[in-house]
Ligand binder design. Structure first.
Ligand SMILES: [Zn+2]
Ligand SMILES: [Zn+2]
Length: 583
């Protein structure tokens, strides 16, 4: 019952949002009488409309359009539905090429129109009864959008708006948008000097700066250590391989659109790898494997390249080259459940360590087109269910959403803003072991096909860093902070002592720097604060005389003066506890 009410509320909001799109279109038409109209659907939290306009919109246009919308809403114009023949519709929209194209695609004889005031639109509806019902809206931005998402068609101008049923809900949403903008990893990545992407090098290709590289190295070291503890072997495989290998695997056939064109080397075609799986299979197959050796778990921080349209690339979260924290497990079928349960345990441990406490788990089952037999699919899906139950994970089933080669588990974790990030994935594969004849010798002396698992626990280094930046808002926990402490001498006469403090901390393994520029202490503290450095160690006359340091936290909190030994204990503890005790 509660669910039904929620659904009703969602439908009502969707109708409201779509109606707001019509109002926006009327406002745009009154400002640009020659505007050509694309489409204007409701989307999550709001709506958009695509326009073909005589000039580019600027941010200054939005308040004007908003003001016009407010007028239309204040006039409380009714939305009136009409049905006309396609012929009449074509006459009505004679100067609207995009609408004419849409009319041609409608299979019915009659089409429906919605009219409010002087504006009429081709639309299936539904709408609110009159414009006055739109109580709370705001236009939030513009973007270029190809007509029908097709790069060969004209580029239209899209205006985005948000709309809610109350002013309070709108204000809360805008506050969240503002917070999200502050935490945007592209903005913080630049401000904190973590990474860059260069038009000269190509879109979607990430350059990790020293500070970003520190974070990545820490994640990688932690990841490797944990994998070794849990029985994985670390391997490395080449970045390019012969195209024939990808023909055998089926990638060339099924994923062609995501692969880069082959390059020729001594008359042979090679491609840059889109996945790490095949290298691991080749390593496995260098020997005859006995059932006693299994499971074999190969882990690699493997960099792969996949083609993504430039329009969908986004900072670190959608890129063309990325390093997966990949692993492949080769095991017997009877070991599958234990292995999947162990991967789930590892995935949770990793995600928890980085401070993500909420996740959604999805089990994707057999799609329409699939490799292998139904019985094996059913069995494997059941094994994934049992492993999830064993780990006490609640999950939703996504029927038919598995990849063609086997069922999978996806875990999405939520950041501090409640936004979901694609995290761990675990896939069972019936296809590759068969195509590459990956086997082991059983107790019976016969060769059997292995069960193969593909899995990542963080996803990729790039996307995971994006999620970390936004989750922490750039305020990384001490163990991940690129610079953990800055020593700030008050005057030149304190510089020697500052170097002493710096040296002792460095020998403890702390990432510390000295700021001995001739700036004021306040200025240096402000900069350290902007860099979100966890500890600012100020040393002046008193500190030199007493062999102490004054510790200031990035939260602004001032700790009492303390000996260097006591501070070493504090910072060592903070590093060790990782996300717990985060300040
Ligand atoms: Zn409509
Ligand atoms: Zn794989």
């Amino acid at each position: 019952m509660v669910l039904e009410q929620e659904q009703l509320k969602d439908d009502k909001l969707e109708t409201l949002r779509h109606s707001a799109a019509h109002v926006m279109a009327e406002a745009v038409q009154s400002i640009f009488p020659d505007a050509k109209f694309g489409i204007g659907p409701a989307i999550e939290n709001g709506f958009y409309y695509d326009f073909d306009l005589p000039r580019s919109l600027t941010p200054d246009d939005l308040p004007l359009i908003e003001a016009k919308m407010a007028e239309i809403i204040a006039s409380n114009l009714p939305f009136i539905r009409e049905e006309v023949t396609k012929e009449e519709a074509r006459r009505l929209f004679a100067s609207q090429p995009y609408k004419l194209e849409l009319i041609d695609e409608i299979p019915d004889e009659k089409v429906s129109l919605y009219r409010q005031g002087s504006f009429v639109d081709l639309c299936r509806g539904p709408h609110v009864s009159s414009t006055g019902e739109i109580k709370a809206f705001k236009l939030i931005g513009t973007a270029g959008a190809y007509w029908r998402g097709d790069e060969r068609r004209p580029m239209l101008q899209r205006i985005y708006g948000v709309a809610f049923d109350t002013q309070e809900a709108l204000a809360e949403h805008l506050r969240r948008l503002d917070e999200a903008a502050k935490r945007d990893h592209r903005k913080l990545g630049r401000e904190l000097d973590l990474f860059s992407i260069h038009e000269e090098a190509g879109p979607g290709l990430v350059h990790w700066h020293p500070k970003g590289a520190v974070i990545r190295r820490l994640i990688e070291d932690f990841w490797k250590d944990e994998h070794i503890k849990r029985g994985y072997d670390i391997v490395y495989t080449p970045h390019i391989a012969k195209l024939d290998l990808w023909r055998t695997s089926g990638h060339w056939e099924f994923y062609r659109d995501y692969l880069y064109s082959p390059m020729e080397v001594e008359g042979q075609e090679y491609i840059i790898k889109p996945m790490n799986c095949l290298g691991h299979i080749l390593i496995y197959k260098t020997k005859l494997r006995s059932y006693r050796e299994l499971p074999i778990r190969y882990a690699e921080l493997g960099t792969v390249y996949r083609y993504e349209r430039s329009g969908v690339l986004h900072g670190l979260s959608r890129v063309r080259g990325f390093t997966q924290d990949d692993a492949h497990i080769f095991c017997r079928f009877d070991q599958l459940e234990d292995e999947v349960a162990a991967v789930l345990d590892l995935a949770r441990f990793m995600v928890d360590t980085f401070g993500f406490t909420h996740y959604q788990v999805l089990l994707s089952t057999r799609p329409e087109k699939y490799a292998g037999s139904i019985e094996v699919w059913e069995k494997a899906t059941e094994i994934l269910r049992r492993a999830l139950d064993r780990q006490g994970l609640t999950y939703n089933v996504d029927p038919g959403e598995g990849v063609f080669y086997g069922p999978k588990i996806d875990i999405k974790f939520e950041d501090a803003q409640g936004r979901a990030w694609q995290g761990p994935t675990i896939q069972v594969d019936f296809n590759l072991p068969q195509r590459f004849d990956v086997t082991y010798v059983g107790q019976d002396g016969q060769e059997h096909q292995v069960a193969m698992i593909h899995r990542t626990v963080l996803g990729s280094m790039e996307r995971f860093l994006a999620s970390l930046i936004e989750h922490y808002g750039g305020v990384f926990p001490v163990w991940l902070a690129p610079i953990q402490a800055v020593v700030i001498p008050v005057a030149d006469r304190h510089v020697d002592y500052a170097y002493q403090v710096d040296g002792e901390l460095k020998s403890t393994g702390v990432r510390v720097v000295i700021d001995d520029r001739s700036e004021t202490v306040n200025h240096k503290i402000r900069e350290a604060q902007l860099d979100k450095i966890p500890y600012m160690l100020v040393v002046g006359d008193k500190e030199v005389a007493n062999s102490t340091i004054s510790v200031r936290l990035r939260s602004g909190e001032q700790l009492p003066p303390q000996s260097l030994d006591s501070f070493k204990e504090t910072i060592t503890m903070a590093i060790k506890t990782k996300t717990k005790g985060l300040k």
